[in-house]
Structure formats: structure tokens, C-alpha cells
Design a protein around this ligand. Structure first.
Ligand code: GDP
Length: 292
């Protein structure tokens, strides 16, 4: 079974985002700091074209900083501005505003030189599901706008929220449907909750999680489950070790179903500690070998 998307939904969502994009000067693309490349929309540049973009590595509090820093460098080399945030705890949010102003400083200066009084910068948040878009918007607003109570009579369609005198933010994010041409990226998107569990083969996802942990965070997995597996152990064998520790056998067989759920749940509740799923060296080597 492979993870599949419904092209109809995808096309509609993309159309909606494209419409909204026409209104803005700058786009804040939120990605999950635990897999900045997998949760980044590869087609962003095509969709957004000439707008300024800032890539925000959100959930920075959950990632393995050393690995994620390599991705920051990777995106910066491609010309993006990258900002780390922890939206849940309102960390570093105003840095995004500062960077947006920096990005648009030249354009504003040109307008001023022509004698045009510049209007406020218009921005919007986009990203795949569950990267923290709503949290980001809400926290940014709380930090910057004293009173955001809805005024009676104002239709709650789309509103520009004034972050300060220079910058406005669209109050609803643009949801990008995850696009991937590679099942491994799909499995990571499933782990971070961007793809719904009911369309995902969770057995494959959990075996893939074991593979990733085995390669980069073996100690974390061994410590959590009090097992002693090595990096050359087969994934199914490791799953059986975990099953053996945690669940009673059913009819003489390991309780795979419970173990699959446990692994995914443990990842989503950070039981393995600070983890980055996108391994820089692995993915870049793949990119290079794809090009050859
Ligand atoms: P959206 O689908 O992109 O709008 O994502 P939400 O804003 O609904 O957030 C998804 C989940 O991620 C929620 O449980 C948030 O509390 C959580 N979340 C959002 N930002 C952060 C963050 O920076 N750090 C952590 N640890 N959790 C976050």
C-alpha cells in the first residue's frame, strides 16, 4: 500500500492559496524543523514566483539542532532567509517581522524615492498541515496586537491583522497539500501529522521510524524500550524486541498492532527526545545520485 493523495482536493487547495498569494508582498512558509526539506513544498517557488519568501523552521524546540542547522545552511545557500521559531512558546516570533521588513526594505526605499507613501507590508502564512500555522498566527497576533476582538458587523471572512504600523498579516493561513514523489517523504509527513493516519500504511511508517532511529538515534530507542539492539538489526526484529518488552503475546504471536501504534505515539509525544527526521547527508547524497 502506498500513500496517495486526492488530486481534486489538492488542486482546489492550491488554487485557493494562489488566489490569496496575489494579495501579499511576502510569504512565510512554515516547515517542521524536524524535517525541513520533507515538509517544505518543493513547488513553492513555482507557486509563489516573484514574491519574497521567508522559511520558518517551526517546532525548533523538538528538533535535533545539529542536524537541523545543516538544513538552515542548505536553504540559505539557495537564497532563502530562514528563521527558527517555537510558536507554541512564542519564541522568536518577532524575528520574522524584522526579517520581513529587511527583505522589503529596498522596495519600500524605491517607493519613498518616487514620492510614494508606502502602504503596510502584506504577509501570509503557508505550509502543509500540522506544522503550526494557526498557532503561529495566534501567538504572533497576541504578541503584537493588544485587542483583536472581532468587531460586530465585520464579516469573518478574511481579515488583515495589523502586526505593527509597517506590516499586516492575513488571518487565515494557506494550506499546502503535501506533495511528494517519494514514499519516504510521505512517511515522514505521516509521522509529523501532516497526512491523516487513515490513509497511511502505519505498519510501514513505524518500520521506517525504526530505520531512522536505528541510523541516527539508536541510543534513544534502546534507552526508551530498554532493549539492546544494534544498527545492523533488521527492522522487524527490532519491532519484535519492542513488542516483547511492552505487550503480551497474542496466540503465541507478537502484538504488532499495539507496537506499531506505540512507536508512532512515542514519536509524536517526543519520547525519543530531540530528533530530526531529515538526515542531511542521506538526503543530499540521494539528490546528487538522482541528478546523475
Ligand atoms: P496547522 O495545522 O499548521 O495550523 O498547525 P497547528 O497550529 O494546529 O499546530 C499543530 C500542533 O503543533 C498543535 O498541537 C500545536 O500546539 C503544535 N505546535 C505548534 N507550534 C509548535 C512549536 O513551535 N513547538 C511545539 N512543540 N509544538 C507546536
Amino acid at each position: 500500500m502506498v500513500i496517495q493523495w486526492f488530486p481534486g482536493h489538492m488542486a482546489k487547495a492550491t488554487r485557493e492559496v494562489k488566489e490569496k498569494l496575489k494579495l501579499v508582498d511576502i510569504v512565510f512558509e512554515l516547515v517542521d524543523a524536524r524535517c525541513p526539506l520533507s515538509s517544505h513544498n518543493m513547488y513553492l517557488d513555482e507557486v509563489v514566483k516573484d514574491k519574497k519568501k521567508i522559511i520558518i523552521f517551526n517546532k525548533i524546540d523538538l528538533c535535533d539542532r545539529t542536524e537541523t542547522a545543516k538544513w538552515k545552511n542548505y536553504f540559505e545557500k539557495k537564497g532563502y532567509t530562514v528563521v527558527y521559531t517555537d510558536a507554541k512558546n512564542s519564541n522568536n516570533l518577532n524575528k520574522v517581522i524584522d526579517k520581513a521588513k529587511e527583505e522589503l526594505a529596498e522596495k519600500i526605499a524605491r517607493q519613498v524615492a518616487k514620492g510614494i507613501k508606502p502602504r503596510a507590508i502584506r504577509s501570509m502564512v503557508i505550509g502543509v498541515p500540522n506544522v503550526g500555522k494557526s498557532t503561529f498566527i495566534n501567538k504572533l497576533i497576541k504578541k503584537n496586537v493588544a485587542n483583536t476582538a472581532n468587531k460586530p458587523g465585520v464579516t469573518k471572512k478574511q481579515q488583515w491583522l495589523k502586526l505593527n504600523k509597517d506590516i499586516e498579516l492575513l488571518d487565515t493561513p494557506g494550506i499546502l497539500m503535501p506533495k511528494f514523489d517519494n514514499q519516504e517523504i510521505g512517511k515522514k509527513l505521516s509521522l509529523i501529522g501532516s497526512i491523516k493516519d487513515d490513509i497511511t500504511p502505519l505498519d510501514d511508517v513505524s518500520l521506517y521510524l525504526i530505520e531512522l532511529l536505528k541510523q541516527s538515534y539508536l541510543e534513544n530507542m534502546n534507552n526508551l524500550y530498554k532493549i539492546d539492539v544494534t544498527a545492523d538489526g533488521e527492522n522487524v526484529f527490532i519491532m519484535e524486541k519492542i513488542a516483547d518488552k511492552r505487550f503480551k503475546k497474542i496466540g503465541g504471536d507478537y502484538d504488532y498492532d499495539s507496537t506499531i501504534k506505540l512507536l508512532i505515539q512515542d514519536f509524536r509525544t517526543q519520547k525519543f527526545g530531540l530528533i530530526t527526521l531529515d538526515n542531511y547527508n542521506d538526503m543530499i547524497n540521494e539528490e546528487v545520485s538522482d541528478e546523475n
